[in-house]
Design a protein around this ligand. Sequence first.
Ligand code: AMP
Ligand code: ZN
Length: 472
Amino acid sequence: MDIFLTNSKTRKKERFEPIDPKNVRLYVCGPTVYDRAHLGNARPVLVFDVLQRLLRHVYGKDHVTYARNFTDVDDKINATALARKEAGAKGTLEELVTERSNETIAWYHQDMDALGAERPDHEPRATEYIGQMQAMISDLIAKDHAYAAEGHVLFRVRSYADYGKLSGRSVDDMIAGARVEVAPFKEDPMDFVLWKPSSDELPGWDSPWGRGRPGWHIECSAMSHELLGASFDIHGGGNDLSFPHHENEIAQSCCAHPEAEFARYWLHNEMLQVEGKKMSKSLGNFFTVRDLLDQGIPGEVIRFVMLSTHYRKPMDWTEKKRQDAEATLRKWRDLLQGAEPTGVDQRVVDAVSDDINVAGGIAVLHTMAREIADNPQKDCFYEKGAMLASAQFLGLLTEELGGWDKVSVDLSDLAEKLAAVRATAMETKDFSAVDQMKSALIEAGVEVRMSKAGVELVPGAGFDAAKLENIT
Ligand code: AMP
Ligand code: ZN
């Protein structure tokens, strides 16, 4: 069973070979917990959720370690805490900072759980690993890769010859293109912060360089080392992080542990976009996962849409995609009612093993659904079980995400009504009332199936419950 992954480090699709098949290790850069996650933030969560499911399928459930961090050292978290304190909230500023992080992490869990994303084995919070970060910084200073100046510690970028390799840039190109901060205490404008001073009122930790706090990049280097070791298998995140965040992680980790490889395979998801631009809080063109859930869009539908575009391609969220996904999932849930999951179809595993081609896996599910639906006379017990197991392997049609299809619409009354109208028409030979009702149903996105046996109504693509109200 071979898995192929596109490694950003080599820019090639490579056969995945784990360092230790008994413990396959994956690290993904998680959110900065200052507010609700926007829909773009859900993309890496879902992509790497499928990857960890695949790894567990291939190497065994207990032979995978998945870590995703929470960055809870951040100016925006501090700003909210400060505003609450000024508005009269009880507690110290530090307690209010912790409260804001806790609240945001709880939201994150609720929202990502609703999308059927399994929680990683480790969800380290930066504030719980300050000791390890300080140890790594001291080590980098001792090895001459970093220097302390005016309460800061900076990484000496020119001391690491491979800097820029991941993103394929030279240091000089980066200086020309990047918004590097020039500061009097820097030896070189490219040098980046490992540690910086904190003002007296803001959260800070005592250190050999004075009271302060860590830079963002050192967090991931220290936490991945502590939880997964100096060499591990896969490092993931959005491609917006490859420079400077991942470049800096590599520089720190490889200089601190030159004997090790750090991450063997680097995987980057492309961005969720809005009209050609990355969805992001700073651009203000975002909506949150919670916004969609609150509109009544089932988490499973969001998951399906997000996974239907290959992770290395940019994607847009559109209303059409939402409608199609909802119609497909309704149809599948209906088709597989009462089925018990059996074995995952190998074609689905093969698709996902080819660089996380979830769309390919979904295409196989469509084929399976067609075969089942086209053979109503056949006892499809085995096929249904296999289709259900295969969908669940992708985190779809699970029990946890279920229930929405039945709760949100019940068309049985309308089906009975249409059957009655048709019965009358058979006698009078005037079918205009039947045609009228049928068109209104189709207009509302309902699939109308009429046979000798009766009338069946199924919410289809473009289903719109509001339009049903006018049908009498
Ligand atoms: P942040 O909290 O901004 O550091 O982002 C957390 C994770 O979400 C990182 O892996 C980012 O690469 C990813 N991310 C942020 N914006 C988007 C987007 N528009 N599309 C896909 N991934 C994103
Ligand atoms: Zn990171």
